[in-house]
Design a protein around this ligand. Structure first.
Ligand code: MIG
Length: 850
């Protein structure tokens, strides 16, 4: 179906290599860097079949002697997760840095051997291992095959290259794979490659981007499973790109080992995957506000832009400092202008948070403390002959910290006081592919080495982990210097598991409509790869948007998990020096920007709670429709709509000149147009108008969305009144989490969870709250229930207390035990004290209900 795009780019990639080496030295040439050519599997080699010659039972699985003089380990990690490894003689089982949990409680299981098959059965899955030839099949407890090897080719090694072939059919869809280009969310038909690449100005068909997460989800017959191919070498996924009957994955080198996890729900798969590789931390609230950035803002620009936001009352939390703040690109230094106390004081006074970029490369500059210390301690990546590797980046000739060594990570972490002492709150890790301007394919030669002795690895093996380990080092800086503050690290490069250290932005996108459209499948697949905290440069980084494009982009951007406007230096913008702040496009676009950014801030309690879910269950914040609606086949290929949290669906305009669009409403829900209140049954496609200022939003009926008053920055006002924006049919519930949003005190129980339940009874509506956790000293005094689409009530009361009827929204919000009926909008507001012990009853005349 989408067979074409990446296969073509594979050809282009090879011919573009010469150009990209040249482009490396002149970064303003728009040729997308791609790595050295793909290695393909030898088709003869993969036809040879392995036989099982011996079976040995293990405490949690089986060990098999294979005809190839190799051993297969099939181990059960839980009732629905298994690990498959094929190891050479004497090799130990492999765990990369992705894995946080290596020890699992063995689930109860049965082993049987009969008819040439070994069967492992837990309460959830059955693993059937065929002995001749060797092959694996996973079944659910009803005996349905969930996933199986494609027996013509099976699995094993082609020389150094581990590979696995799996059977598929045309009904199977694939998601995840971390950061991928393309306009489709379903990756079936794609040729995917994983090798972190500084792909400045990438396009939808660019195969290699910055981040590698060799994990995917297969969805067939409404049932989902996940496969994590834990191999840090360059890897490849041919997802039914050659035939509808099979897909396969392989790597240039390293071990064959993968984890299989069964759903059947996608959310179960993600929960298992993030139990294995880690979940993101609870984020600091300020990080969920708007961020503004530009490469080559002067110190004055930063101050002026920050001021303008405050003057114009457009909410924002954070300004970013790009590489110019350093003294000639020496990491962990400040230039005079950007280091000025007055600038930092000014930003602090305006209640801005501040983030600085940081690059891994250290200027080769005797006398510069970073160079001297790193050299004295032997901290650099090395050439094969043991000398230090030197490559050019922004500061000229540079050294590259060997982040694989714990002592280097610690050293790096320890330097962050230089940034934190100026009041820096978050660190932005760039260039951590690592990017090397004069290296082959814009990185280091593959034979550069990291680590010593038995921990020694080549760059080829370590490449995809470089950013991961740098992110860990940066994260550790917070533990050291801000021990009770939630860290914020933003990174360009990840491997599986990096979500536990950092948020991801998708690098140097372009101010083109395709990029706006692409951001949706890209982010939602990243979300399905265990990384909920993701965003793209709003308005596009390279190139410059026009007013229409910026308006449409901010409509999407205000709902990105990580919401940042960022753009390229003026030097690189050919001709047009269009600025990219919300007010740079005239009044109309400024108003649109304000409208949607304000909406983000209004939704902050909902957004924060969505992130809490992400931190606890691995739930994506920006979700493809298929995530919640996998039983509705039509959602499988919907790539231009997304769920923002559990209740809101957005259908933005992502095409130039469009002022209307089709919207698919998934089956099984009633959907309410957020703007008009009009209701639609799910399972149909509707058509809607969408003028420039209109973002189509639909809310699931029977949902409650916690909101609050707009703030100019997240900590501006204490949350005293929580507005529960409610769309009630029969029953809506919400489990509301609250803590200080900044410290780690929640780990000592300082949080509240309150269950909110609203239910329609025969002739009344009932609202009740139940406190599940009360460890946080909250300032929350009351809830304002906002019931959309209701008739006027006869009375509202809790036990014997009658609530007063008041006559405006303002009044109801500031008076506990009051209610207001807004006739014009059919909305009913009820102010319920937070400590109301009784059920609140909203009574109607007779049996009336809307
Ligand atoms: O070689 O620091 O993706 O966000 O503004 C370019 C300058 C280096 C690339 C990042 C971009 C950042 C820019 N950086």
């Amino acid at each position: 179906m989408h067979n074409q795009s990446k296969n073509i780019s594979r050809l282009v990639a090879t011919t573009a290599i010469a150009a990209s080496i040249f482009a490396a030295q002149a970064p303003n040439v728009l040729a997308v860097t791609q790595p050295h050519p793909d290695k393909e599997l030898n088709q003869e080699a993969v036809k040879k079949q392995l036989q099982v010659e011996g079976v040995q039972q293990l405490e949690n699985g089986v060990k098999l002697d294979l005809s190839s003089d190799q051993t297969a380990l099939i181990r059960l990690f839980s009732e629905d997760m298994a690990k498959i490894s094929i190891l050479n003689d004497g090799e130990e089982e492999y765990f990369s840095e992705a894995i946080v949990k290596k020890e699992w409680d063995t689930p109860s299981f049965d082993v049987k051997e009969q008819n040439g098959e070994i069967t492992l059965t837990t309460n959830e899955i059955t693993v059937k291992i065929k002995k001749e030839p060797f092959g694996i099949k996973f079944l659910d407890k009803k005996g349905n095959v969930i996933n199986e090897d494609y027996m013509k080719n099976g699995s094993g090694y082609d020389g150094e290259k581990p590979y696995v072939y799996k059977k598929t059919n045309e009904n199977e869809a694939f998601y995840g794979f971390g950061e991928q280009g393309g306009l489709e969310v379903n990756q079936r038909g794609e040729s995917i490659g994983m090798f972190n690449t500084d792909a400045y100005g990438y396009q939808p068909d660019t195969k290699y981007l910055y981040t590698s997460i060799p994990f995917f989800i297969g969805l067939k017959n409404e049932k989902a499973y996940g496969i994590f191919f834990d191999n840090t070498n360059r890897s490849y996924f041919e997802m039914a790109s050659e035939s509808d009957d099979y897909y396969y994955f392989y790597a240039d080198d390293g071990k064959l080992n993968y984890y299989f996890m069964y759903g059947p729900e996608i959310e179960d798969v993600l929960d298992s995957y993030t139990n294995l590789t880690g979940k993101m931390d609870k984020p600091a609230k300020w990080t969920l506000g708007l961020h503004q950035s530009k490469w080559e803002y002067s110190a004055e620009d930063i101050e002026r832009v920050a001021e303008t936001y405050r003057e114009k009352d457009i909410p924002i939390d954070t300004m970013h400092f790009d590489i110019d703040y350093m003294d000639e690109y020496r990491v962990f230094t400040w230039s005079d202008k950007f280091g000025k106390e007055a600038l930092h004081q000014k930003l602090d006074d305006m209640n801005f948070h501040k983030i600085t970029i940081n690059d891994p490369a250290v200027k080769k500059d005797p006398g510069y403390f970073m160079y001297d210390e790193g050299t004295d301690n032997d901290f650099w990546a090395k050439n094969p002959d043991g000398t230090n590797f030197v490559g050019k980046v922004w500061p000229g000739d540079s050294m590259f910290p060997d982040f694989s060594k714990p002592e280097v990570r610690e050293w790096w972490a320890n330097k962050h006081n230089i940034l934190f002492d100026k009041g820096i709150d978050g660190i932005w890790n760039d260039m951590n592919e690592p990017a090397v301007f004069d290296g082959p394919y814009h990185t280091m030669p593959l034979d550069v080495t990291f680590g010593e002795g038995e921990n020694k690895r080549t760059h080829a093996e370590y490449h995809n982990l470089y950013g991961h380990d740098e992110a860990e080092a940066t994260y550790k800086a917070f533990e050291k210097y801000k021990p009770n503050t939630r860290p914020f690290v933003l990174t360009r490069d990840m491997y599986a598991g990096s979500q536990r250290y950092a948020a991801l932005w998708t690098g140097d996108n372009v101010s083109e409509w395709d990029h706006l459209q692409m951001s949706i499948p890209m982010n939602t697949n990243i979300g399905l790869s265990g990384v909920p905290f993701v965003g793209n440069d709003i308005g596009g980084f390279a190139g410059r948007p026009d007013a229409e494009m910026f308006a449409r982009w901010i409509e999407v951007g205000a709902f990105l998990p990580f919401s940042r406007i960022h753009y390229d230096s003026d030097k690189k913008a050919e001709g047009d020096k269009q600025a990219q702040e919300p007010w740079a496009f005239g009044q109309e676009v400024e108003d649109i920007s304000k409208k949607y950014v304000e909406m983000r801030y209004k939704l902050m309690p909902y957004l924060y709670n969505t992130f809490i879910d992400a931190s606890e269950n691995g739930t994506p914040v920006q979700q493809p429709l298929v995530y919640q609606f996998q039983e509705d086949e039509k959602t499988q290929n919907i790539s231009d709509q997304f769920m923002f949290g559990s209740s809101m669906m957005l259908a933005p305009v992502v095409k130039q000149g469009q002022t209307e669009r089709d919207v698919y409403l998934p089956e099984g829900e009633t959907w309410v147009d957020y703007w008009t209140g009009k209701e639609y049954e799910g399972g149909q496609t509707i058509h809607t108008n969408a003028q420039l200022d209109h973002l189509p939003i639909y809310v699931k009926k029977d949902s409650m969305i916690p909101t609050r008053e707009v703030q100019q920055y997240t900590g501006e006002k204490t949350l005293e009144n929580l507005v529960l924006d409610t769309y009630l049919d029969e029953k809506a519930t919400y489990s509301f989490y609250e803590d200080d949003g900044a410290t780690l005190d929640y780990k000592d129980g300082e949080y509240n969870i309150t269950d909110l339940v609203i239910q329609r009874k025969k002739n009344h509506i009932e609202f009740k709250t139940k406190k599940q956790a009360t460890g946080y000293n909250t300032e929350l005094e009351s809830y304002t229930l906002k019931l959309n689409g209701e008739v006027a009530p006869k009375k509202v009361q809790a036990a014997r207390t009658k609530y007063n009827r008041v006559s405006s929204v303002e009044e109801v919000k500031s008076n506990q035990e009051s209610y207001f009926y807004d006739e014009e909008n059919d909305s009913l507001y009820v102010n319920v004290p937070a400590d109301e012990k009784h059920k609140v009853k909203i009574l109607f005349k007779g049996n009336k209900r809307k």
